[in-house]
Design a protein around this ligand. Structure first.
Ligand code: HEC
Ligand code: HEC
Length: 300
């Protein structure tokens, strides 16, 4: 009897220990030690895990890929986050932010003013701008405008996409979860979620778009929809931008759709947006996805 009881307690203890170990390793896999020193193959830089996720730090793995950054772009200043935490040192931007690289200086300054005045609604940019001086904003806008924009999103038409979950930088494929129909969506995932999680600006993205999008988008860009004029009549051939009208070629398609929806919902308004107001009033979500897929697949 006693022997049996002893065996039983040993078994329970082993089970408990086992499950603790499992729980522990799952927790570790999901939440790496914040003090862990992270490296990226080929880069001489090193950051702690905590630094790679802090909004007050902008990891710069490849300083040779861009000119020296102004202080406000690279480093925390009081309550201001470094611009490069979200827009990245290369200005290519994380998926939920904008690519600011290579945009006309006058356009960038105008957008900054629009965020400040509330004509363009973005709680995150408004918060950021409330802590930054005009002089610093001119430096930051000058820096981003001077950068060359190099696309890092590959557009793929497909009916079936990997199932995804949210990571702090956007979507990532869920390992072992299989695929699902794309539906009327753009699914944007990093090529290498581990590197993207660390803020690697050399590791890009894949944008899955519904089959036929690019062809449909080509027609909208070149001919317009209904009474709305062709995108290329203002944004230029291949959507490369003209004067202060921003380029769209090679930029992330989810950002383009996000902005078209914001324009439609009045979250982006004011005199400068009038040419776009008429345009978006005619566009359906399917049109937006198609034209964004086309724009993202163009070379800048
Ligand atoms: C915490 C993240 C974050 C930080 C830090 C940040 N931004 Fe942004 N920025 C965003 C997001 C998100 C958007 C897109 C807003 C929208 O339209 O919904 C944006 C958009 C912009 C745009 C508009 C780009 C376009 O194509 O229209 C400009 C310009 C800009 N930011 C400048 C800056 C500058 C300059 C700084 C540093 C002083 C900065 N941002 C810091 C998140 C950030
Ligand atoms: C009549 C001229 C005109 C036409 C046609 C036009 N646009 Fe625009 N677009 C503009 C202007 C001007 C802006 C800048 C608005 C601002 O300053 O806020 C703009 C801005 C945008 C932006 C925001 C870019 C950014 O970096 O945030 C997107 C996205 C966009 N246009 C997409 C399109 C698409 C797609 C079409 C065709 C379906 C189109 N536009 C047709 C004039 C035009």
């Amino acid at each position: 009897m006693r022997g049996e009881w002893k065996e039983w307690t040993t078994f329970v203890a082993a089970m408990l220990l086992g499950s603790l170990l499992i729980v522990d390793s799952v927790a570790l896999a999901q939440k790496p030690d914040p003090r862990r020193i992270e490296h990226i193959p080929g880069s001489s830089q090193a950051y702690t895990r905590a630094q790679t996720t802090s909004m007050f730090v902008a990891p710069d793995w490849w300083p040779q890929d861009h000119p020296p950054m102004p202080q406000i772009v690279a480093h925390r200043r009081g309550k201001a986050w470094p611009c490069a935490h979200c827009h990245l040192p290369t200005g290519l931007g994380r998926p939920e932010d904008a690519a600011t690289a290579g945009l006309p200086l006058a356009y960038l300054l105008e957008q900054i003013k629009a965020f400040r005045d509330g004509e363009r609604v973005s709680p995150i940019m408004r918060e950021e701008l409330s802590h930054v001086s005009d002089a610093d904003l001119e430096l930051a806008a000058g820096y981003f405008s001077s950068l060359r924009f190099t696309p890092w999103t590959r557009v793929i038409e497909t009916a079936s996409v990997p199932k995804t979950h949210t990571e702090y930088y956007g979507l990532a494929p869920t390992k072992g979860a299989g695929n699902e129909p794309i539906g009327n969506r753009i699914i944007l995932v990093p090529v290498n979620p581990e590197l993207t999680g660390l803020g690697d600006t050399r590791s890009g993205y894949i944008a899955y778009v519904p089959p036929g999008s690019i062809e449909r988008g080509t027609v909208i860009a070149a001919k317009g929809v209904g009474a709305a004029p062709a995108c290329e009549s203002c944004h230029g051939a291949d959507l490369r931008g003209v004067g202060v009208i921003p380029p769209l070629a090679g930029r992330m398609p989810n950002y383009i759709v996000h902005e078209l929806l914001n324009l439609q919902d009045g979250k982006r308004r004011g005199p400068a947006t009038l040419p776009m107001q008429q345009e978006v009033s005619k566009l359906t979500l399917t049109d937006m996805i198609a034209v964004a897929a086309y724009a993202a697949s163009r070379k800048p």
